[in-house]
Ligand binder design. Structure first.
Ligand code: ADP
Length: 404
């Protein structure tokens, strides 16, 4: 079985093709700068040289059709024809309260996704464009939608409701949804495998620290609380997003700066976080580099970032009445010994025995606590694409059973 996994962003399309007999990546690639004259397709067939094409790519349909050409190219393709792809898995950021798991894409699902664009105006439209482009480029191949929000549908109302008037929930559906669910699901399954313990018996806190950052409390294999909310803006300080601020600041800032709602949202989503505080970059590597040279605001940004992580870990420890495993994942979690150490040092009170030697190792699954540590802290590289492929496989197999 071959599965194409697609992640369509506003100006990019990322893809991977998996051979599911051994879950190997056959090819992966990315189309970047869609809409600009120097858009680029970078295609990497496994074990062969990468191919780069720079050209004008006006829209997602063109990007998907170029990806389709690359996948079937006589020199650097990986299949002769696209009907050798069994199923396409689409990453969809927002599934609202409707989708509690992955769904085979049909007209109804598309209609629901269109309805949800109001909740995720930045994220869902490119995914829909990707779905429509696939209908054209790979007609007849079934497609599955895998939602970032689905894993969090297990939260209880006391975790997902905001203390606003209840009618705001009833009338407008305002509630916590949570994101990075696919990553959380993958990490949960890796923790089970590594510790040879069923998730049902574990309390896990997963810290997904990339450009977007969230922390999730996972008890008995289920999300019981998560730091992102109605949108991916709430919670931790992030690359360009502010995370938690006093909501009264928004109205105040709008008055003072003479901004409309869009401008305020732009500021909090795109010009805050590490970038906003440091004034240097949203990329933690640059912020660390500047802090090492003595740049005060970069150091402040790092300290604030770590404090926000520690605050959520502490809150979720209390909420679950303890924790067995804390996982650090995504770009920062997998690659930054500095942030890992600063976070772990704060958690000694809870029984985290930090191992500074292990912490020097990046990008591979391992514990960064001493063997007897009461709470284990692990670095586990996430793999959302593989998780999407697995979900797509499961749904396809179920469909075959239903048809048989
Ligand atoms: P995305 O949310 O876009 O998938 P990633 O998971 O790729 O993001 O994470 C991007 C973040 O990881 C960036 O802030 C980047 O600075 C950080 N990062 C990557 N490598 C390192 C490193 N070696 N040290 C510190 N931060 C790193």
């Amino acid at each position: 079985m071959k599965i194409l996994v697609l992640n369509c962003g506003s100006s990019s399309v990322r893809y991977q093709v998996f051979g599911m007999s051994d879950e190997r990546v056959m090819a992966k690639g990315v189309v970047e700068k869609i809409g600009l004259p120097d858009a680029t397709l970078t295609h990497r067939p496994t074990g062969r040289d990468k191919v780069e094409i720079v050209t004008s790519i006006p829209d997602h349909a063109t990007a998907i059709s170029m990806m389709a050409d690359a996948l079937t190219h006589p020199e650097y393709g990986i299949v002769e024809s696209l009907d050798q792809i069994d199923i396409v898995g689409h990453r969809i950021v927002h599934g609202g309260a409707h989708f509690i798991g992955a769904a085979m894409i049909d007209e109804q699902v598309i209609a629901e996704l269109e309805r949800l664009t109001e909740l995720a105006p930045l994220h869902n439209p490119p995914s829909l464009a990707g779905i429509h482009a696939c209908e054209e480029a790979i007609p007849g191949v079934p497609m599955v939608a895998v939602f970032d929000t689905a894993f969090h549908q297990t939260m209880e109302p006391e975790a997902y409701l905001y203390p606003l008037p209840y009618e705001m929930y009833e009338r407008h559906g305002i509630r916590r949804f949570g994101f990075h669910g696919t990553s959380n699901k993958y990490i949960t399954s890796r923790v089970e495998d590594i510790l040879k313990t069923p998730a049902a018996d574990l309390k896990i806190i997963n810290c997904h620290l990339g450009n977007g950052c969230s922390i999730t409390a996972i008890q008995g294999g289920k999300s019981v609380n998560t730091s992102m909310g109605f949108t991916p803006l709430e919670g931790l300080m992030m690359g360009t997003r502010c995370g938690d601020v006093d909501p009264a600041v928004v109205a105040y800032i709008m008055r003072k700066e003479n901004w409309d709602a869009h401008e305020a949202s732009e500021c909090m989503n795109k010009r805050s976080g590490l970038l906003g505080v440091s004034g240097v970059s949203n990329d933690l590597r640059n912020v660390i580099e500047e802090a090492e040279k003595g740049h005060m605001r970069s150091q402040l940004a790092i300290d604030m970032f770590c404090k926000s992580i520690v605050r959520y870990i502490g809150a979720y420890m209390a909420e679950m009445n303890g924790v067995d495993v804390i996982v650090l994942t995504a770009g920062v979690g997998e690659n930054s010994p500095l942030i890992r150490e600063k976070v772990c040092r704060h958690l000694e009170f809870a029984g985290v025995e930090f191992d500074s030697e292990e912490n020097k190792i990046n990008g591979k699954e391992h514990a960064i606590t001493k063997p007897g540590s009461k709470v284990k802290v692990m670095v586990i590289p996430t793999n959302e694409e593989l998780m999407i492929a697995r979900e797509a496989k499961t749904l396809l197999e179920k469909r075959h059973v239903a048809i048989d």
